[in-house]
Write a protein of this length. Structure first.
Length: 281
């Protein structure tokens, strides 16, 4: 069964995956990028390229969302999967269901900081990044040999947040990216205990290993590791065909210092209810 690590892009998913990978898949909590291979992304090209379909429509892989999860779950093992997909139906096809998902850990981040991070990540303007977040039918699309094999249905930031935080098909733990920043050990303990509960594990949390995972996955070390070894998930710049640094801003990404005043106002209006819900005001 699948435990989803669900988030809108640039909301801390990679940090959570790194922590979980170092805690569950290393001997002593020491992190390396190779460990991230233990936590795959879904939906992604690898799961749909075997099909003969033309996949001429960006959302056409959605018809295989559930059947591919059924294939994944044939051995009845518990697996983590990263996803940026909203908990949504596309063309009548549900992204996931209670038969394939054991639980989800949903990471949410102040949308005003998501705007600046999206702008930095994709090398687009802040105005374009704001539009990215409010576009209702937004998706991440990857085309391979004229076939749309990669498709994540993001939808708008507001829809995405609600689709996961209010999901009642299976247990969902919603955590704030900012809580990881302020109280990383307490928040990580909460995540591990949630995983133990849904998997019915009797193993107590290994605090020494959790602390080692936290120490080896801090932003400075991840950024240094990217400088030394590169990072496969960093996107290519269309301007110079070079990879854009993934671990770039970190705690420097503070919308109050980076985001234009008129966009702060627009974001405060657009995301008013969510800012209040998560005490981001």
């Amino acid at each position: 069964m699948i435990i989803w690590l669900a988030s809108y892009p640039k909301s801390g998913n990679t940090w959570l995956r790194s922590l979980l990978a170092s805690y569950y898949f290393s001997d002593d909590g020491t992190f390396d990028f190779d460990l991230l291979k233990k936590i795959d992304a879904y939906p992604s090209v690898a799961y749909f390229k075997k099909y003969k379909d033309n996949f001429s429509d960006p959302a056409s892989t959605s018809r295989y969302w559930i059947s591919e999860q059924e294939n994944i779950n044939k051995d009845n093992k518990v697996r983590f999967f990263k996803t940026h997909n909203a908990m949504v139906k596309i063309n009548g096809n549900s992204f996931t269901n209670e038969n394939n998902a054991l639980a989800a850990i949903h990471i949410v981040r102040d949308p005003r900081n998501v705007i600046t991070s999206i702008a930095n990540h994709f090398l687009i303007s802040q105005e374009e990044a704001f539009d990215f977040l409010i576009t209702e039918n937004k998706g991440l699309i990857q085309k391979v040999n004229n076939r749309y094999l990669g498709f994540n249905a993001l939808c708008s930031w507001k829809f995405h947040e609600k689709s996961w935080s209010e999901c009642n098909k299976f247990p969902v733990l919603t955590i704030k990216y900012e809580d990881f920043q302020k109280e990383v050990l307490k928040t990580f303990e909460k995540v591990i205990n949630f995983i133990s509960n849904v998997t019915k594990s009797k193993n107590l949390i290994n605090l020494d290993k959790a602390k080692k995972s936290i120490e080896s996955c801090n932003f400075e070390k991840l950024s240094k590791l990217e400088n030394e070894k590169g990072f496969d998930e960093a996107v290519m710049s269309q301007a110079n065909n070079k990879k854009i640094k993934f671990f770039n801003l970190g705690i420097k990404n503070n919308f109050q210092n980076l985001l234009k005043k008129e966009l702060i106002y627009k974001a405060n209006v657009s995301f008013r209810n969510q800012l209040k819900k998560y005490k981001y005001e």
